[in-house]
Design a protein around this ligand. Sequence first.
Ligand code: IMP
Length: 430
Amino acid sequence: MPATCVVGLQWGDEAKGKIVDLLADSHQFVVRFNGGANAGHTVVWGDRKFALSLLPTGVLKPHVTSVIGNGVVVYPPRFLEEVGKLRDGGVPVGANLVVSDHAHVIFPYHMEEERVAEAEADGKIGTTGRGIGPCYQDKVGRRYGVRVGELLHPTHLRERLKQIVPVKNRLLTAFANGHTDALKTFDANKLCDEYLGYADQIRPHITDTARLLHDALKAGKQVLFEAAQGSLLDVDHGTYPYVTSSNSLPAGIWSGTGVPSRAVTRIIGVVKAYTTRVGRGPCPTELLDDTGDRIRKIGREFGTVTGRPRRVGWLDALTVKYTAALAGADEITVMLLDVLSGLPELKICTAYELDGQRVDHFPSDAFQLERCQPVYETLPGWTEDLTACRKPADLPANARRYVDRIGELVGLPVSVVSVGPDRDQTILMK
Ligand code: IMP
């Protein structure tokens, strides 16, 4: 029962959606297993574009069943908004979109909790503000978590919210620490009525997705797992605490869908030709100069969810080697190579220097990582526009050399190079 996973090997925004979109043609299931509406991907339907945050990329393919697994945190208004936009645009969305009854529900108090926490200078992570962290906290804490399946039981839901909401209001007031002018508190009954309204609309999509996927795999269907965020944002292995609150590495598939890891036989690591990061936290190769500004502008490096400018840097091969190992990647794809055209030379970080010592591995201590200086290898750039390249031989020699060097440094074959957002701006390297 072979399944494939597409995973970003940096800090997210590696253009995973394009690879998922290409692969979705040959898969019957596309599955999200982590995160929520903190992800952002633009998907194309004919000549129309849709910005999705919560729904899987596969939702635009009529032959694909798109699955929101139990490891995802679901904000029902966002779910309905995205479904509505797709339907308005002529995309049929019905039984081809399912959501796990075990997925946890985001309520507005989660977002308020996050807003108040992020307002504290010391507690700032630079989150997307979508209530992701507080919802996962409630899931793991067990006392205040609500699953999607519970939305279908009105009396039960009202009782739960009557228990939870007063506690949340007290917590919010305490967190606000006297700054209560803009603080939102909540009414359990009103919230319950609102969510029961959403439940009525989401009901046809709610199911036991673990069983659905087991049956699909047994029947020999092709299943594609779409990791959200990037490996360095993984709550266990990323640059903690500047991470998201889920396992964005393929390790999250087992817990986030119920599909055992041995079912996944192909893992594709997606790498941007340079580095970007949104939010706070270490980023050793960050470019705070004109080159960084140029890459940000040409690569349109602004967050899809929050619109924030992304931090930009040279490619860090040392971190990609680390995340490729954690992900168990079999191959890598190099994305947005076209953005680097016109730079006289390119740098790739191959090691760090810490207190005068060379470091060849990713430091597991975030405090050390903060102090690491990148050691670079410099390669010649190219002037040619790459956006019309379609096969390896079309690439200028220096672009080919750059790609080959990334593969060598990471120790994995480069299977795909992307030279633009369109499907045909894709070079199969094998
Ligand atoms: P949260 O996931 O909203 O809690 O945000 C935690 C960190 O992960 C912040 O630095 C966000 O900017 C970052 N983050 C979350 N989702 C994404 C994503 O899809 N792409 C890039 N960064 C993300």
